[in-house]
Design a protein around this ligand. Structure first.
Ligand SMILES: C[S@@+](CC[C@H](N)C(=O)[O-])C[C@H]1O[C@@H](n2cnc3c(N)ncnc32)[C@H](O)[C@@H]1O
Length: 173
């Protein structure tokens, strides 16, 4: 399906792969880390699955901040694209969330350092269910070397399911 007209960084091929992951993931939670104004959230929610979308939306997490506050635009975009009922928005930093349920698809696109990718993955990995998928955006992107290094160095034991532009999807378990 064509990408919605929403600000963001996804390519069409990445959007198609994200939607496919939601469609093919087993029954269980779909968790997105980093939603900004909702482009990837909308792409995933349009599949009819419920999306747990985790982002503080404060735009103040970095010094200097690189994202402006995004909550109002995020909420508005979900309404405009009629997916607000499909999205459970959690306004928090990824590692502050006390997660409990089995995860079918974990999509990581939050802070793009090696340390943050590691912290994000390790915080949620215990909940990945059999047959689950894990996606990292900006894999292989020259501006985000920490993502590529983390996936290559620490997750090489996971099998790769697909790669589209800079979205890599691995089998979680
Ligand atoms: C690249 S943007 C996400 C883009 C979005 N996935 C899309 O495709 O439109 C990164 C977002 O991650 C959020 N973020 C940064 N650190 C985070 C963290 N520790 N936990 C959750 N969200 C975080 C920022 O607030 C920002 O909105």
């Amino acid at each position: 399906m064509k990408l919605p007209d929403v600000e963001g960084w996804l390519t069409q091929a990445e959007g198609d792969l994200l939607a496919r992951c939601c469609e093919e993931a087993p029954s269980g939670a779909i968790v997105e880390l980093g939603s900004y104004v909702g482009l990837s959230t909308i792409v995933m929610a349009r599949t009819g699955r419920f999306i747990h979308s985790i982002d503080p939306h404060e735009g103040t997490m970095h010094d200097p901040p690189i994202y402006p506050p995004s909550w109002d635009k995020f909420k508005n975009n979900l309404w405009l694209h009629d997916v607000h009922r499909q999205v459970i928005a959690i306004r928090a930093c990824s590692t502050e969330v006390r997660w409990h349920s089995p995860i079918a698809f974990l999509y990581i696109d939050a802070e793009h350092t090696y340390a943050a990718a590691k912290a994000d993955y390790e915080h949620f990995a215990p909940y990945l269910m059999e047959g689950s998928l894990v996606g990292f955006h900006d894999y292989g992107e020259p501006g985000c070397p920490g993502i590529t290094r983390y996936v290559d160095e620490e997750l090489s034991h996971l099998s790769m399911v697909a790669l589209a532009d800079h979205l890599i999807v691995l089998r979680g378990k």
